[in-house]
Design a binder for this molecule. Structure first.
Ligand code: TXA
Ligand code: MG
Length: 329
């Protein structure tokens, strides 16, 4: 059994494993991370092997304090100071020009590095004890649902990780917002709990560059069909959802429903998970809910499309990716 409650003893042990180049999964406020010593290319390589992730996809380096920005980034623009002061520790990753020494294994061969100071006592304690940067993608297999509980990490990675620190369920449940500060104008690469407007306000600008205008895919989180259940997953309105349930039942299909507004009783054909209509609470429970429905090996999962407004931005982004191109039409 390689899962352990994250107390002072196990955090010390985890830091020792990291120093030895081994992999430790740990909780953050967003999702669980699969950590390795970011200064050790062989250790970082193990992350890619464990996840089955292509090595061209860069990792986020977690640091214990904004004062460590200069250890990793060669240029620290005022925008990085402003955003780290406003939002760290917290769910925001900043992309900056990397220091020459930072291994290309960490950055997917790019000349930029992603940095984040997480807001979780276990993550911060581990970072301080380890006393260095920890490269950590979400602790799931490539393209699968990110883990928000230690148990999910075990399901995803089992013996591919040397130790799992159990710090309970993640409070935010969706990955960090990513902002690229390495170019002329701040660019948003991944939506998260910290919204675009909050970032623009902190920077004193009106808006960020829109990544969807850019043809290149720099972050795997920007690919369609990411964060995906294995079961075919479809997004639809509440009305479409009811019609689809009726249709699928007549075909004798077993279906999963993720809704925030419908009252629908589970029955042998239909497994219903009802989440709240608060975007934050919904986001916190989303991945665990998709994972639960996926584990039932149903024929199809139907997800009620949440409202299309800025508070649901990150949730809608993840749901669209969970459904890939499967939209009800
Ligand atoms: O909330 C989070 O950010 C979690 C926790 C563990 O901190 N981590 C996480 O890591 O979501 P991961 O690897 O699943 O997603 C990191 C994203 C990827 O989409 C990656 O491409 C992008 O960050 N990224 C990292 N470095 C980058 C760079 N230099 N340029 C562009 N994108 C980068
Ligand atoms: Mg991920």
């Amino acid at each position: 059994m390689n899962t352990t409650i994250a107390d002072a003893t196990s955090i010390n042990y985890a830091a020792t494993l990291l120093k030895q180049g081994r992999l430790v999964a740990f909780p953050t406020e967003t999702v669980y991370g699969l950590g390795a010593d970011a200064s050790n290319p062989e250790a970082v390589q193990r992350i890619f092997t464990a996840k089955g992730r292509p090595s061209s996809h860069p990792l986020i380096v977690h640091i214990a304090s904004p004062s460590q920005l200069a250890d990793w980034a060669s240029v620290i623009p005022d925008s990085a100071i402003l955003l780290s002061q406003s939002f760290w520790p917290g769910p925001l990753a900043l992309i900056l020009k990397k220091q020459a020494w930072v291994p290309l294994e960490v950055t997917g061969g790019q000349d930029t590095v992603a940095l984040r100071m997480p807001n979780h006592p276990v993550a911060l304690n581990l970072l301080r004890t380890f006393n260095g940067g920890i490269a950590a993608p979400s602790a799931n297999r490539f393209c699968r649902i990110s883990p928000t509980q230690a148990e999910h990490v075990r399901e995803e990675l089992a013996d591919r990780v040397d130790l799992i620190l159990d710090g309970g369920a993640c409070q935010i449940g969706l990955e960090s917002t990513i902002v690229d500060l390495s170019g002329d104008h701040p660019r948003l690469l991944r939506p998260g709990q910290i919204g675009e407007q909050a970032i623009a306000n902190a920077l004193g600008i009106t808006s960020l560059s829109n990544p969807l205008c850019s043809p290149e895919i720099r972050a795997p989180g920007m690919m369609a069909l990411h964060y995906a259940p294995i079961t075919r997953t479809i997004l639809c309105s509440a009305v479409q959802l009811l019609t689809e349930i009726d249709r699928l039942i007549t075909e004798n299909k077993r279906i999963g429903i993720l809704t925030y507004s419908l009252q629908y009783q589970s029955n042998p054909h239909v497994h219903v998970i009802k989440l709240t209509d608060s975007a934050e609470a919904y986001g916190q429970a989303l991945y665990a809910s998709l994972r639960k429905l996926d584990s039932l090996k149903l024929d199809q999962i139907l997800v009620e499309q949440p409202p299309n407004n800025s508070s649901w931005w990150a949730v809608n982004d993840r749901l669209t990716k969970a459904a890939g191109f499967n939209h009800f039409d």
